[in-house]
Design a protein around this ligand. Structure first.
Ligand code: IMP
Ligand code: MG
Length: 175
């Protein structure tokens, strides 16, 4: 089976507008002198770059990489840490930056995993979520867009490492 781009689901302009709003929401609710932003590689890369440019210059950034997809279109259900954080999060206010919440398995695992390291607080901002479409009950502090239960690419999100560089979010269709 192979895929090609189908239609634009969220335009570049709408993404940029929503990211500005999300930054304001984060700033209004997390009053931290030294916020530690934990970005989940690789899908959050553009979201991280745009969001953190709107946060105070004192916030720090670290990266974690997990895998649960193994290149396919649905989660394998098993989460593995492929790259751990470089620094301790003990006593820190942590903001996890995620590209998309689908089944929620990755995020649930990560929250538990990070909480064992005794951060002061953990909040999550995800650009996209399929929670409503899938009727998944899952805590999520900040969400950019609730989207339909469709596989999407662009603005960091990939299908088999392709399409990450698109400035918008698009769906795929089988060809
Ligand atoms: P979950 O564990 O099922 O919530 O999946 C979360 C991870 O799967 C995200 O961090 C993405 O990397 C990937 N993912 C889930 N849905 C999509 C999609 O529609 N497009 C691209 N990647 C996705
Ligand atoms: Mg991915």
């Amino acid at each position: 089976m192979s895929y090609e781009l189908d239609r634009i689901l969220i335009s570049e302009e709408d993404i940029q507008k929503r990211v500005r709003e999300l930054a304001k929401e984060v700033l209004a609710s997390i009053q931290s002198e030294r916020l530690l932003v934990v970005a989940i590689l690789k899908g959050s890369l553009y979201f991280l770059a745009d969001l953190t440019r709107l946060l105070p210059p004192t916030c720090e950034i670290d990266f974690i990489q997990v895998s649960s997809y193994h290149g396919g279109k649905s989660s394998s259900g098993v989460v593995q840490i492929r790259k751990d954080l470089d620094q301790s999060i003990e006593g820190r206010d942590v903001l996890i930056v995620e590209d998309i919440v689908d089944s929620g398995i990755t995020l649930q695992y990560l929250r538990k995993f990070l909480k064992t390291r005794k951060p002061k607080s953990v909040a999550v901002v995800s650009l996209l979520s399929k929670r409503q479409a899938k009727n998944i009950v899952l805590p999520l502090e900040f969400v950019g867009f609730e989207i339909p239960d469709e596989f999407v690419v662009g603005y960091g999100l990939d299908y088999g490492e392709l399409y990450r560089g698109l400035p918008y979010i698009a769906t795929l269709r089988e060809v």
